[in-house]
Design a protein around this ligand. Structure first.
Ligand code: RFL
Ligand code: PHB
Length: 416
């Protein structure tokens, strides 16, 4: 059956139930239009599988959130496969190396040389979302915005459904599969019974204060800096737009950080040589984000599948969050194609274990990279010297650099 046929069969407006509840039918209901939800919607569309995306906010809100900046090869590959990479090829900044700094002394990790040519690409999550939404309009994907009170039903049978309200009107979507792409604070994870769901968590005793400013970045690559005052990260969005972060207290108030105070502290943490090269300017974004490691297991219950931040959170140090959302839905897309096209449940049955194997490796790397670069409140001289030794070991050992590099560019998506 052609794509149009699938859509006609599954997205017909169905009956009005009880004069109020308007029902629809599709194959896959996707909750959340963040990176996980939108990449999955495009993947399913490419395979001719009908899907509806249900999002609590509007497009401007989702696209406006300043978040990830670094794409792994897995993510770049998926954008290419989906025909979404035109602007990425033109505007993305390909980085073959990254830099670490200890109390101002800088050294470079040549990721490309250490991994046989792998790189990362700096291209903001906002740009990724814009490309996903623009193409969704052109391809006529179904996205419902501004929905309230999403609830999932009958997940343990083979005819689940989703209900919500839209401008006060009750709506319902009957489907075969529900995918929870609704982020850490979404509702889907909570639909898994408490005696099935296991969660694992570390909350870090600090946050990241991040700014955006239209000034040239201090370096053409990223710099992760460990300083006695705390962590700092020099990143970018383009050759004329910088993204900087400094570690701050969890109860810090953004209002207490004037631009001058931010630039002064950033320059201290980057050290005198780099600090002198920092171009200062007015910031147009300034927010504090807490840091957390979190994993929910399993990532599937009945006909519900979790993907992205709905199932796991990493501290941003490893730049893994959005990339993990992409690797989850790449695996889930394959599994759902097997389910709908080949009528085999093998892929969906293996999804949770396959996804979690990669998730836990990214959790380990993000936790480790956070632990060697940040200042912990209870840190004594012993712990500080261990950090210094670890960074010096990385500086001097090609073996240690290789381990860091292969994790940073992203581990391969192993076969199912
Ligand atoms: P998202 O992006 O949170 O999207 C979830 C969507 O679901 C909607 N939603 C609901 N819709 C309907 N009904 C409900 N009840 C709903 N509840 C929620 C939400 O409105 C939202 O639109 O999750 P997703 O798709 O899993 O994507 C995850 C990524 O956004 C996240 O992991 C990254 O931003 C993390 N991250 C980074 N990731 C990287 O790969 N590289 C980076 O360099 C990187 N840097 C970062 C980051 C995250 C940061 N912050 C602020 C947390 C830097 C920072 C500072
Ligand atoms: C970013 O540019 O926002 C960014 C880069 C690297 C990270 C985290 C965030 O590890």
């Amino acid at each position: 059956m052609g794509e149009a046929g699938v859509r006609a069969q599954h997205q017909d407006q169905a009956d009005t139930v009880g004069g109020e509840e308007q029902g629809m039918r599709t194959q896959v209901a996707i909750i959340g239009a963040g990176p996980a939800g939108m990449f999955l919607a495009h993947l399913l569309h490419q395979q001719g599988i009908a899907a509806v995306v249900i999002e609590r906010r509007d497009r401007a809100y989702v696209e406006g959130r300043v978040r990830a900046g670094v794409l792994e090869q897995v993510t770049v590959d998926l954008m290419r496969k989906l025909g979404l990479a035109d602007r990425l090829e033109r505007e993305g900044l390909v980085h073959g190396g990254t830099n670490l700094s200890l109390d101002g002394a800088l050294f470079r990790i040549d990721m490309a040389a250490l991994t046989g040519g792998s790189t990362v690409t700096v291209y903001g999550q906002q740009e990724v979302m814009r490309d996903l939404f623009d193409a969704a309009e052109t391809r006529d994907l179904s996205i419902l915005w501004n929905v309230d009170d999403v609830q999932l039903h009958d997940l343990d049978g083979d005819r689940p459904s989703v209900s919500w309200t839209e401008r006060g009107v009750a709506r319902r979507l009957d489907c075969e599969i529900v995918v929870g792409c609704d982020g850490f604070h979404g509702v889907c994870r909570a639909s898994i019974p408490a005696d099935v769901l296991q969660t694992f968590e570390r909350v870090y005793p600090f946050g990241w204060l991040g700014i955006l400013a239209d000034v040239p970045p201090v370096d053409h690559e990223l710099i992760y800096a460990n300083h006695a005052n705390g962590f700092a990260l020099a990143s970018m969005r383009s050759p004329t737009r910088s993204r900087y972060y400094i570690q701050c207290a969890l109860d810090d108030d953004v209002g207490a950080w004037s631009d001058d105070r931010f630039w002064d502290e950033l320059c201290v943490r980057l050290g005198p040589t780099l600090g002198e090269r920092v171009t200062r300017g007015a910031s147009f974004e300034k927010t504090i984000a807490p840091l957390r490691s979190f994993v929910a297991e399993p990532m599937r219950w009945g006909r519900l599948f979790l993907a992205g931040d709905a199932a796991h959170i990493v501290p941003p140090t490893g730049a893994k969050g959005m990339n993990l959302a992409v690797s989850d839905v790449t695996m889930l897309g394959e599994a759902l194609a097997e389910f709908f096209i080949e009528r085999s449940a093998a892929g969906i049955d293996g999804y949770s274990a396959r996804a979690l194997a990669r998730v836990w490796k990214a959790e380990r790397f993000s936790w480790w990279f956070t632990s060697i670069t940040h200042r912990f409140p209870d840190m004594d001289g012993f712990s500080r010297r261990l950090q210094m030794a670890e960074l010096d070991y990385i500086r001097t050992s090609p073996t240690a650099q290789k381990t860091l590099a292969e994790n940073y560019v992203g581990l391969p998506l192993e076969a199912a």
